[in-house]
Structures are given as structure tokens and as C-alpha cells.
Design a protein around this ligand. Sequence first.
Ligand code: FAD
Length: 346
Amino acid sequence: MNKAKVNQEINLADYNDVWVIAEQNEGKIHPVTIELTGEGRRLADTLGKRLAVIVSGADVEDEARKLLHYGADTVFYISHPLLKDFSTEGYALSISELILEKKPEIVLIGATSIGRDIAPRIAGKVGTGLTADCTKLEVDETDHKLLQTRPAFGGNLMATIVCPRNRPQMSTVRPGVMEKAAFIPNPDGRLEIFIPNLKEEDIRTVLMKKVKSDRKKVNLIDAKVIVSGGRGLKSPEGFTLIRALAEKVNGEVGSSRAAVDAGWIEHLHQVGQTGTTVRPDLYIACGISGAIQHLAGMSESKYIVAINKDPNAPIFKVCDFGIVGDLNEVIPAMIESIDKNGSLEI
Ligand SMILES: Cc1cc2nc3c(=O)[nH]c(=O)nc-3n(C[C@H](O)[C@H](O)[C@H](O)COP(=O)(O)OP(=O)(O)OC[C@H]3O[C@@H](n4cnc5c(N)ncnc54)[C@H](O)[C@@H]3O)c2cc1C
């Protein structure tokens, strides 16, 4: 087995620097890596520490080097032929090995399917805690504790969690929550290669083949405009109206969980605490009441338009423009206005 093992007694002062675990697939870097690099830079600057981004793979040195353009002082490229394809054991073991050797103080991982898979395993191997799905990170400058905030008790309150006795302090953060780091044309960080002590027998799974899903991609995270429907649509056919408006405004279709739970639309479209976190320029919520778990995923949108027939619906407290009315009348009127004027007049 690999050398990675659980820390027992640790000296907190031995731990330094902020790390971001990058995610790549065939050399393509997941956008959450750039978001976490921006957040990692902010935390490192607050603490007066260095920022490192960790990339694992085989033959992806050029892609790893490109991450220096987002403000990392160091990119550690964990390079090994056995890391060519993602495997839970291979990635978790080699990242843990590097953590045990270099002792970072903070480690951030994207809460993607891969991040959610490896983060708890890494935390277990290096003997520390993990706070999943954080929505806000701050540091206490006096004792360097990472204040990790996340929704708790079904999203009804926000809990701030600390990891006082173990290191590193590890958090996962969902894609879309943090702002992307800006591109730096002439970075001065450097790339270091790390060869992990990985053997074939450490990886108990074999990738037989990759099958690409033929499902239409839903890209809520990068969408500039999202038109979302909720229980107020009353039936799956209600989404025909939502799709028609989304098409007119070049937007993606989102939904509340109530619409997903009713089987009217796939979970891929769900916005909120247990769906996707989005921050488009324009979010149009149609027949959505504005439950706290829905707001958790869209309240950072630049402009929010709400259509709801109940003037007391909580969504009206967060929206920039509210339309009290029946969505079956309001949405066709909006589409007609766009057809007539070439733009939306509310
Ligand atoms: C742990 C946990 C996680 C959750 N995660 C999520 C999540 O990720 N995302 C999420 O969305 N929810 C989530 N929820 C569920 C959440 O609490 C709400 O139940 C859900 O958001 C309600 O969806 P809705 O607004 O579509 O439905 P409702 O709350 O039923 O609201 C429907 C709205 O439609 C309006 N309406 C009805 N007819 C019309 C009409 N003809 N025209 C205009 N308006 C009309 C009504 O006035 C009402 O305000 C979660 C809950 C829990 C406990």
C-alpha cells in the first residue's frame, strides 16, 4: 500500500500555505478550479501565505502550467502514468502523499462528483476533518482558523465550522459559488513536478471504456440568462412556456426542486442548495415561491425578475423586478413584447 497514513499528534505551526486541488479531464480544466484559485488567492493574501494549485494526471504538464496564469505561486503537477484516467484510489492516494509531505494549512476542493468522491478519502488518509459544500470561507487572522460556512438543518440556518486541532483545514465548495480568478498575462509563479509513490496494485478499479452521455448538456453555471419554473407551472407542459421564453432571451432553463420532485424536469436543471448554484446576469423565476433553499442557489444573480401570482411570495423580497400575475398570461406577453420590439419591455 501507499505510504499515506493518518496524522496523530501534530504541531499546527508546521502547516503553511493554501492549496487548491484542480480538476482536469483529458487536460480540460474544470471551471471550479479557477473559482477556487481566486478564493484561495484571497485567503492566502489575508494570511500572508503562498497559494499552490495541485494538478494530477499524465501528460498534462502544459495544462497544469497554464494555471499559473490565475495567480498561484506554485503549481504542483502530480505526474504518473497511472493517473492518466481518473481513479478514486490513485488520485486520493497521490494527493494525500503530497499533503503529508508538504503540509498545507488549507486545502480547497471543488464539490463536483469527482471532488466529492476524493475529498473525504483524502481527509481520512491525512487524518483531518472536511466541511462539505461551503458557501463562504473566511480566516480568523489571529489564529489562522478557517471559518467554513455552509447551510445546515435543511438550509434553515447557516453553520460556521472550524477544524481547530487538525491540519490541513479542508473544504469543498460547489461550482459557481466563488468568483473566477482573473487571468494574469505574465505570471511569476513556477511549476514543480511531484512523482507519487503509486503502484498498479494500489488501484483496484480498471477503466474499461468511457461512454459519452447523449443527453443535452445543461450549462446553468456559465449561463448569462436563466428562466426557471416552479410548482406554479402546475404540470410538465408548463415548461413549454419556460423553454419558449428561454429561447427568446438566449437563456438556459432552470427549475425549483418542487418541479424536479414532481417529475416535470430533470435534476440537471435544478437551482438551489441541492441543485446548481448560479450567478447569471438575469434570473427569471416563474411560479417559484422563493424558499430559502432555492434562494441559496440564485440570490447572487445580477438581476432577478420574479413572476408570481401571490404578492406575499418571499421571492419578491429578493427580486429587482417583481410581476404579480399569472405566469400563463405574463410569459406570453413577454414573448410577444420581444417579438414586437426585439427586446423585453417590462
Ligand atoms: C434539504 C433541502 C434541500 C432543498 N434544496 C432545494 C433546492 O436545491 N432547490 C429548490 O428549489 N428547493 C429546494 N428545496 C425545497 C424548498 O424548500 C421548496 O420546497 C421549493 O423550492 C419550492 O418550490 P417552488 O417554489 O417551485 O414551489 P412552491 O413553494 O409551492 O411555490 C409555487 C409558487 O408558485 C406560485 N404560483 C402558483 N400558480 C401560479 C401562476 N399561475 N402564476 C404565477 N405564480 C403561480 C405560488 O404563488 C407559489 O409562490 C430543498 C428543501 C430541503 C428540505
